[in-house]
Write a protein that binds this ligand. Structure first.
Ligand code: AKB
Length: 315
């Protein structure tokens, strides 16, 4: 039976993942932790502990007290914030990860942490980006993600720790907004479409990036963690994606529900530069072959669900 510790539980992925894991494994078997102690549902629907992931002793104490056998480490700064505060990003993203891996090693836990399309850089093939390819990212976030992939591989080879991970694209959800990411425009566009009927994009026309709807991301985490480990060759950094889109493609999809939606541009050069250093679209064949990954939502299905969840009045 699983006893799961989740760090960064009040973040974009964490807040929905904790609810899903509590539903599957039982509310008292999922210990949610975050540096913040808000009145969020996650803090009330099962065990919750305040935790700064740079404090390895505190993490170990909580993990021991709750007798955890699985760690899902989500606490991290996203790409745009990491680029503004590179030293903080290094200390938090790498310090938190190595602490979580050490706790997992000491307690013999199964381990998951997300990587990202940010682990690729300008010299990576732009389209159908292969699973195994050049990784020379030019952002601090990307440097953290590549280092994290390697570190998780290291703990698997050196200590036999059951580490697993996914390279997530931009994740789109109507529950908890992301913060400080380059792909955040693809979430904001839906909120503004419903509340204002228009959106000003900080990412330019024709800039393609991978995206995925949150329910597919959550299913992918659970499916990978439940997969037969002996079948995994790429255990720490599976490419996963559901679509490759630019702002115009999302706008066109929104107009199928809200025909008068207006998209404008006011490109932010910093986030645009990050986006341009990432792939246009990655290849998720290894994930499909090794553990059966398949996204259920394409662009139009995601748009229809996002807009109806956010309360758009259809034409
Ligand atoms: C970001 O934009 O920083 C994240 C990511 C793709 O890792 N959403």
């Amino acid at each position: 039976m699983k006893n799961i510790l989740v760090t960064g539980a009040l973040g974009q992925i964490g807040s929905e993942l904790v609810a899903k894991l509590r539903h599957i494994y039982g509310a008292d078997r999922v210990v949610a932790t975050d540096i913040r102690m808000s009145g969020h549902e996650v803090t009330r629907s099962g065990p919750f502990e305040t935790l700064d992931v740079t404090d390895g002793k505190a993490m170990l104490e909580i993990a021991k007290r709750h007798q955890v056998d699985t760690i899902i480490h989500l606490a991290a700064l996203l790409s745009a914030t990491a680029e503004e505060k590179p030293l903080l990003a290094w200390n938090l993203n790498m310090g938190g990860l190595v602490n979580a891996l050490e706790v997992a090693r000491e307690l013999g836990c199964q381990f998951f942490t997300p990587s990202s399309i940010g682990a690729f850089g300008p010299s990576t093939p732009k389209s159908h980006t292969p699973q195994d390819t050049i990784q020379r990212p030019t952002t601090m976030y990307g440097v953290n993600k590549v280092s994290g992939e390697l570190l998780c591989d290291y703990y698997f080879h050196k200590y036999g720790l059951d580490t697993r991970g996914l390279r997530f694209p931009g994740l789109i959800s109507y529950v908890t907004p992301p913060g400080g990411g380059t792909t955040d425009y693809a979430v904001e566009i839906y909120y503004d479409a419903v509340s204002k009927g228009r959106y000003t994009s900080f990412i330019g026309q024709g800039t393609y990036m991978d995206m995925m709807y949150m329910p597919d991301a959550l299913d992918a985490i659970v499916q990978l963690m439940e997969a037969d480990g002996s079948k995994l060759k790429h255990r720490n950094a599976f490419n996963v994606t559901a679509m490759s889109v630019d702002p115009e493609a999302i706008a066109a999809s929104i107009r199928k529900v809200l025909p008068s939606f207006v998209l404008e541009y006011d490109v932010d050069p910093k986030r645009q530069a990050i986006a341009e250093s990432w792939p246009d679209g990655i290849d998720a064949t290894a994930a499909a072959e090794e553990w059966g990954f398949r996204a259920k939502y394409g662009l139009d299905a995601m748009t229809a669900d996002m807009l109806s969840q956010l309360g758009a009045k259809e034409r």
